[in-house]
Design a protein. Structure first.
Length: 178
């Protein structure tokens, strides 16, 4: 099968994260605005073109004060860096529906390599409109300090307010174009 252009169904997709909070729990959130350019044969993603753009202003942790702090220069500096991006540079099939997607992740103007563990969840016809739909899920973990997200505060019991490792997860529903 030839490469096909796919678009993200925003209603049925999510980009989220979790990070240790006060060393005892996790703070979780999503980015509500994101998009992707994907050209692929979903049955064999090894030569796919994948470019993802996430609007840092769309961060949503269900706490307005925390979201505003995360948008500030202490973290994402969304005024100067309104987007973070991921551009795939190498894709390896690791099992029948599993891939390691290696690429350049750019956050706050800093680009570092990142590897996403991606699962092809399958494809189907949308009964509401007949479009071919494909599903993907994935995870990765990054060290936020490597991207200039270094703000922190000590807690009285020892440790810090915000952990270094950020777990990123996504669920994408893609619609075949053409």
């Amino acid at each position: 099968m030839a490469k096909t252009v796919w678009t993200v169904d925003q209603v049925h997709s999510e980009v989220g994260f979790s990070v240790k909070h006060m060393m005892i729990s996790k703070a979780k959130g999503t980015f509500d605005k994101f998009d992707a350019v994907i050209e692929a044969d979903v049955e064999d993603m090894t030569d796919a073109k994948i470019e993802v753009t996430i609007d840092t202003n769309s961060i949503n942790t269900r706490n307005e004060d925390r979201d505003n702090h995360l948008r500030s220069a202490d973290f994402f500096d969304a005024e100067n860096h309104p987007n973070m991006t991921f551009i795939a540079t190498d894709i390896k099939k690791t099992a029948s529906n599993q891939y390691d997607v290696v690429g350049d992740l750019t956050i706050r103007g800093t680009t570092k390599p990142a590897t996403l563990d991606v699962t092809f969840e399958g494809q189907s016809k949308d009964p509401m409109g007949g479009a071919t739909v494909a599903g993907f899920s994935g995870t990765t973990t990054i060290n936020r300090k490597e991207f200039g997200l270094t703000w922190n505060a000590a807690v009285e019991t020892g440790g810090v307010l915000v952990g270094e490792d950020v777990k990123i997860h996504f669920e994408l529903e893609l619609h075949k174009q053409g």
